[in-house]
Design a protein around this ligand. Sequence first.
Ligand SMILES: *[C@@H]1O[C@H](CO)[C@@H](O)[C@H](O)[C@H]1NC(C)=O
Ligand SMILES: *[C@@H]1O[C@H](CO)[C@@H](O)[C@H](O)[C@H]1NC(C)=O
Length: 259
Amino acid sequence: MIAKFSLLALLVVVASASPVTQDTSMVNYGEAVEMFLDAWKKMLPCGYAPDNIPVMAPLTVDFYAFDYNNGETNIVGNVSNIRISGLNNFQVLSGSFNPNTLRSTYDVLYPEIQIFGSYEVEGVISIAGFPVPIRQSVLINKKLTDWRFVGDYTFAQSLSNSNGLRISDFNLHYFVGDVKVDNWDKYLDIAANNYFNDIFGSFSLLFTQEIQPYIKPFYGKYVLPSINNMLSNLSLTQLADYFASQAEIWNNAGCAVQS
Ligand SMILES: *[C@@H]1O[C@H](CO)[C@@H](O)[C@H](O)[C@H]1NC(C)=O
Ligand SMILES: *[C@@H]1O[C@H](CO)[C@@H](O)[C@H](O)[C@H]1NC(C)=O
């Protein structure tokens, strides 16, 4: 279920281009992608059980317990009442598909992602070989604003099937406008909570900048092989048909929930 679902999510990222350039021979791919994203957005507040897609607007986790130990780090804890909203409010700021070069560009913005919930954790973590006891009971209150994905990808002939496709070039940059963390750990006082919230907020922004150079190699190694494997049996027309028919299926389910 997870595999199928994450492939769908990946397709959404890959497909995040709406047609600006239109050409009679290729008009279908661009249109199909636009229909797909529109249907995806409308479906998220309901999910789609036949494809094992959970409700994702908001995305909620009632309770999840974890127990992790690797010899030096031993922690138990749980996460509860998680609620992530804003996943369906993305906007396609721009997109294009060039039928001659088969290159697509995309620029997608999530104006606001809000995360509420709580977690508890207890145990010992190993930091540079030193055992550090931790005990936290935290109410999570975190907001990401202007989370933006900009990039492009190019279709080429599959290496394993001359009738199929692959993505030969893929670029993704992402930016976060602001990260506001307003967590509350009941074991800490106000000053300590403020201190950690400042650190986590700045760290999240810094982390976003620092990982940029690693995104492309990461996708190249872990994500593109499975996407290319799926694409290898599809022509551009078949891919367009897939997006269009998936859009129709979700639209026909008629999600009327407002998130
Ligand atoms: C996890 O959840 C249970 C049940 O709500 C609770 O009793 C327990 O103390 C929690 N915390 C940890 C650290 O396991
Ligand atoms: C592609 O098609 C071939 C032959 O029909 C099949 O053996 C293979 O499993 C398919 N690959 C994928 C990824 O669907």
